[in-house]
Design a protein around this ligand. Structure first.
Ligand code: GAL
Length: 343
């Protein structure tokens, strides 16, 4: 793997852009929020193109609240009521999404400049989130590692805390395998029999719903657009897909395919599920790379993680990280083309 470090691509903030490159992949990441700015992969004709949404200007990253490409934490997703109790103590979080907290609060990991070190085949970012930062207990030491391995981008999130706390880290990359237009004609497969329902605030309420005979069934691949406008209560609440899928299998749990470019993304993870988000809140106002104004449904986020809002909905919440115990989440994003899959 080759790498270059750009100190000055973005001028208004002291964050670097690091370009990681091998034969198959070119990944641009910035130390602001460990954000993935670009991923270049080959299409079925062998042409390289950028398959993620991002910005040319760093100040757009700092102004937007759509989490493009960023690591989100401490706790991904919404926590109902922006508070939780742990060991009889109530912790008050930032209300940055109505009455709820979202993706770590106003100053979540996406807003932090991480230190980093280069590895032979990737990069490792470090950050210490201080006790009570955004309301969460304990000093949390976080490492975010991105590794290039052939056509795989391996993302590993490690953390350890000096008190019991709540942790659920994910990456919020918006994929568009065609590099333009909506993703409604991308084909999606999700190895999942159940989603968690959302309440009227889009908070996961912990109630599972069998996907059979609903627009949420992606066990057999279908286009994202096929059923997205069906008048299903859960689709109306989300304004589209914005739900937590519980995986039946973690290997190739999610497969996304763009027929026009022949690009395929296979996602494998050690996490129990993922938030599938069809970019329903993009509205054409954010100016992205190459003057592309990102519109509704012009990407899909595949946010592998533990169940959002688990602290309120699970008897023994899987998002509690015990003092001194290691947190480790791994997700592999493997890029292929139709041609390779067929041969
Ligand atoms: C997603 C979340 C959406 C929206 C988005 C950021 O993870 O599920 O509801 O908040 O992040 O714009």
């Amino acid at each position: 793997m080759d790498f270059t470090i750009e100190k000055n691509r973005f001028t208004n903030i002291a964050a670097d852009v690091i370009v990681l490159k091998n034969e198959e992949l070119e990944v641009h990441v910035t130390s602001l929020g460990c954000t993935i700015v670009s991923i270049f992969t080959k299409d079925k004709f062998g042409h390289k193109g950028d398959v993620v949404l991002g910005f040319d200007q760093m100040d757009t990253y700092t102004r937007q609240d759509k989490y493009l490409g960023a690591i989100v934490g401490r706790c991904a997703g919404r926590i109902k009521g922006a508070k939780f109790s742990l060991h009889d103590q109530t912790y008050t979080l930032a209300k940055n999404n109505g009455e709820n907290t979202l993706h770590g609060g106003f100053e979540g990991f996406n807003t932090k400049v991480f230190d980093y070190e280069m590895l032979p085949n990737g990069i490792c970012f470090h950050y210490v989130s201080k006790d009570l930062e955004e309301g969460y207990p304990g000093n949390l030491h976080v490492s975010i590692t991105y590794i290039l391995d052939g056509s795989k981008l391996i993302a590993q999130y490690d953390a350890v805390c000096d008190q019991d706390s709540v942790v659920n880290i994910t990456n919020h990359t918006y994929f568009n395998l065609a590099g333009k237009g909506t993703v409604l004609n991308h084909e999606l497969q999700v190895q999942s029999d159940e989603i968690l329902c959302s309440d009227e605030d889009c908070c996961a309420n912990g109630i599972p719903m069998d996907v059979s005979d609903t627009p949420f069934d992606f066990r057999i691949p279908k286009t994202i657009g096929k059923d997205i406008e069906v008048k299903h209560e859960q689709l109306i609440i989300g304004g589209g897909y914005d739900h937590f899928y519980l995986f039946n299998q973690q290997d190739k749990a999610v497969v996304l395919k763009d027929p026009s470019s022949g690009r395929i993304l296979e996602v494998s993870t050690n996490q129990v599920g993922c938030q599938i988000y069809s970019a329903n809140f993009l509205d054409g106002t954010l100016e992205g790379k190459k003057r592309w104004y990102f519109d509704r449904r012009e990407a899909l986020c595949i946010e592998t993680q533990a169940a959002p809002n688990a602290i309120h909905t699970e008897k023994e919440p899987t998002t509690i990280l015990k003092k001194g115990e290691p947190y480790q989440a791994i997700t592999i994003f493997e890029f292929k083309t139709e041609k390779e899959v067929r041969s």
